[in-house]
Write a protein that binds this ligand. Sequence first.
Ligand code: ZN
Ligand code: ZN
Length: 386
Amino acid sequence: MDEEFMDIPISNVEITFRVSTVDGKQVYSAGITYSRPLPLKVYGIWALRQGIPVGILNLTQEAQPPFAECFQVLIATDERAMWGRKCPHCGGYWRTGSPGLVQTAVCCYCGGHSEAHECLSDAQRVYVEACCAIFRRVLDEKKDGQFSIAARKLLEGVEVTSFDGPPPEFFVEKSRQTKFSCVACGNHNDILGRYGYCSTCGTRNDVSMFESDIDAIRSALNGGGSPTTALKEAVDAFDTVGRNFARQLLGQVPMTPSRRAKWERANFAQLSDVAADLKSDFDISILQGVDAVDCRWANLMFHRRHLFTHKGGIVDQKYLDDSGDAAVQLGQLVRETKENVHRLLSLLVRMARNLQQGFHSIIPVHPDPVRYHQEAEARRRRSEVP
Ligand SMILES: [Zn+2]
Ligand SMILES: [Zn+2]
């Protein structure tokens, strides 16, 4: 497991550039060779001769540049078989195991979409510019043949102009904090923080993260942990995920100033209010599939969590009025049970899934990478059948 913020060098591939003369005209193409026994993936882009990326190179078809005289530049993964990405919308940086060729790449942080050539990392931009500078120099010699250079030698004698300050550390990507495989499409993502979109299909990872939190809470509870602590942690985790979705809705859905102000303050620890608001404002039903008895009961548990957090677990009049809890009296110390908390945890998981599903019905995911992954998984399962 890589440490956080660790330097990860781009694979030191050998870049080749072949020039020939056909009917008095220079014809050229680029390639990559690599001999080290490390996993390596490559995709190609088109770049203007001065080094500006302008399109994706389709390696499976006859390659036609988007503009005349573009260079082909092949971009290899770093030494962990991932590519660095930088969002052209928010400037966020992450790493991905898939460059986003099937459908647009999705920013893990803001959810903005971009083509694979539009979200190159700083190191890749310098690499592209340096490749183009070398290719121009080779063409200027007006000789046929094949030229090759190791990637890490590219910058020697090449002046890079696309950065005002000193060029970024050459060919080094930086590991982030949370690596997750997308449950929908299988892509490996490496992001700052903990929650985000899958870079390939755009599925949020909040519910996966939430479910692993809930598993940990269940284990602690079963191991003799305090039910009160478990209740507080579970509602806090639910509130965190809820606020994540509220933030993404604010970022991606146009809304009036008053609605915006309301969602900036959204508090997912107040279950009945937030469930009603999600339904009225976004047609998201987080209580879908939860019957009326469980709804009332989940509400009661949320009020209890408030009591434990703010009143030391002593019943006050507000709790009696708001929760409708008829089993306790004013001034009583509430004692939480393990069974109650387990029942709530199951309901929270259902509500979190409903929230994510409702969110993606507004902000859809890319269907193609998800379908490819499902088909590959089905093939894998079939091949495992004895
Ligand atoms: Zn972004
Ligand atoms: Zn995905």
